[in-house]
Design a protein around this ligand. Structure first.
Ligand SMILES: [Zn+2]
Length: 397
């Protein structure tokens, strides 16, 4: 038998996609998972990684990121963060629109080491500026966006529209109607960002379909899905049951402990836990996807349930069940984590604190069985200023 290239031994495997949780060894050959078993022989491997005391998971899939560095207000660089966070698949949602997608393909997706996929912004200018991209309907060219999708099906896996008072500014619900048309025409999921209307959450919900993604689902803005008594909007519960994907998209404006706790108490769990990492949120209190996952661990969700929402479930939302699992034959994108015990303080976007006793810490990220090297991150842009209330007192736990 040809030797394994890498063998991971002694780890606690958490692979909800393959239905495996527990002590397993995992072997990689030619960039793919070659074997998963309670015990594999180190003599059969060229390199052995002793992962005792660590959790081994599929590389995380972050369903809400902004990685169009240098051409958009929000974009960070994916690879340096991938190497320190375990995120191997980056879904850039809306940074690129039709006019800027060719640059995204050439300068971001092609040279990057981490896997990159995109939700194309309905607005042809994408997220060049912080907001207002849907305030001018001239940018909402459904025919043009359709052509860009058809020419880039390998990278574009969905459509994005940010629907709130600043992005739409005077155009009301019309941009979402156009985004609906576009998503239906190209038969891809539509990710809708909510926050503060107008338009109202009712108007938005009327245009959502099973398989679409509601991001910022636990926002504290006036689109919040919980009322003051903590009762969850029955319409949202009904839509989720019908197949609407509720996605966290933490960011700097969209994760409220009050709404989250009300939802979890009502049994309304997020389908996907994503970071909305960008120039601002990377400074805290979001920081990165492992920190965001840790917040849910400390709210009482189990480690497999949390990892499920950053591996198997986002893969399903993307209609890419080949991703987010380490079943034999899969690409060996994987991550190692330590679960630290101690006393940690986490904050939501309003800087409401919650104390926790566990924290997920990334120790290594592998793409197709090869370790991603840690590397320096570029300085943040001069405009990358956190909201005033978040500027002080944010530490990573
Ligand atoms: Zn975002």
């Amino acid at each position: 038998m040809e030797p394994y290239d890498v063998l991971f031994t002694g780890a606690d495997l958490v692979d909800p996609g393959a239905g495996l949780v527990g002590r397993y060894d995992l072997a990689v050959r030619n960039g793919r998972v070659a074997a998963v078993a309670p015990q594999l022989d180190p003599a059969d491997a060229t390199q052995v990684v002793d992962a005792s005391g660590q959790f081994l998971t599929p590389g995380l899939i972050d369903l809400h990121t902004h990685i169009y560095w240098g051409a958009t207000y929000w974009g960070i660089e994916a690879d340096p963060v991938a190497a320190r966070s375990g995120v191997t698949t980056w879904i850039d949602v809306g940074s690129a629109g039709a006019y800027t997608f060719p640059g995204f393909r050439e300068y971001i997706a092609r040279p990057g080491r981490a896997r990159v996929l995109s939700f194309l912004n309905l607005s042809a200018i994408g997220l060049v500026a912080p907001t207002w991209e849907l305030a001018n309907l001239d940018y909402c060219d459904v025919d043009l966006a359709t052509q860009i999708v058809e020419a880039n099906r390998d990278l574009i896996v969905g459509i994005k529209a940010r629907i709130d008072q600043n992005t739409t500014r005077g155009t009301g619900i019309r941009p979402l109607e156009l985004a609906r048309q576009l998503a239906d025409r190209v038969a891809l999921p539509l990710m809708v960002h909510i926050g503060n209307g107008p338009p109202s959450l009712r108007e938005i919900a009327a245009l959502l379909r099973p398989g679409d993604i509601l991001t910022h689902c636990f926002t504290g803005g006036n689109h919040r899905i919980a009322d003051d008594a903590g009762r969850i909007d029955p319409l949202i519960i009904e839509l989720q049951r019908a197949g609407l994907v509720l996605d966290i998209g933490h960011g700097t404006g969209s994760f409220a402990y009050g709404v989250t706790e009300a939802a979890l108490a009502a049994g309304v769990l997020p389908d996907v836990i994503s970071s909305d990492i960008h120039q601002l949120s990377v400074q805290g209190p979001m920081f990165d996807l492992p920190t965001t996952l840790s917040k849910f661990l400390n709210l009482g969700m189990s480690l497999p349930d949390v990892i499920d929402r950053a591996t198997r479930r986002p893969a399903l939302a993307l209609r890419r069940p080949d991703l987010g699992t380490l079943a034999p034959g899969s690409t060996a994108d994987l991550a190692l984590f330590r679960l630290e015990r101690g006393t940690f303080v986490f904050h939501d976007v309003a800087m409401q604190p919650r104390q926790g006793d566990q924290r997920l810490v990334s120790t290594a990220t592998y793409m197709a069985g090869t370790l991603l090297p840690r590397q320096a991150e570029r300085p943040l842009h001069v405009w990358a200023l956190l909201p005033a209330h978040q500027r002080t007192g944010t530490t990573a736990g």
